[in-house]
Design a protein around this ligand. Sequence first.
Ligand code: CMP
Length: 139
Amino acid sequence: MAGTFTFTIIKPKAVAKGFIGPILNMISEAGFKIGALKMLHLTRTEAQRFYEVHLERPFYNDLVEFMISGPIVVAVLEKENAVEDYRKLIGSTDPAKAEEGTIRKKYAESMSANAVHGSDSDDNAEIESTFFFPSSEIF
Ligand code: CMP
């Protein structure tokens, strides 16, 4: 399945502001099929583990705090060239630099409250999808 799927999180602030529907609509309009979807509240340990690769970064603790501040929505998105196409759809990590028409331009507030996460490689799409979904929950 390499190259045909990516993984996303709709982050706490975007969920709290009622943007689940509009964001899923943008994803669908862009041609992605939803292969898995659920809403959950991360524990601190889970958030620390998910963002382990950023452990040494100065923003790590704030990022973990933010990600456990409320429920999130996680999803596996299927499409040819999914990782690259989804990163184009979400726009720059810093919403101030995000291009017009991107999810982050429309719904993000700041670097941490940047509305959505998207995998940055096929390998990470696999790792991140299996972090949240057993294969029996990916369709
Ligand atoms: P995400 O796609 O979830 O992957 C890692 C997250 O770290 C990123 O989105 C941002 O929310 C956050 N992040 C990355 N760089 C910075 C930064 N310089 N300052 C604060 N947060 C950051």
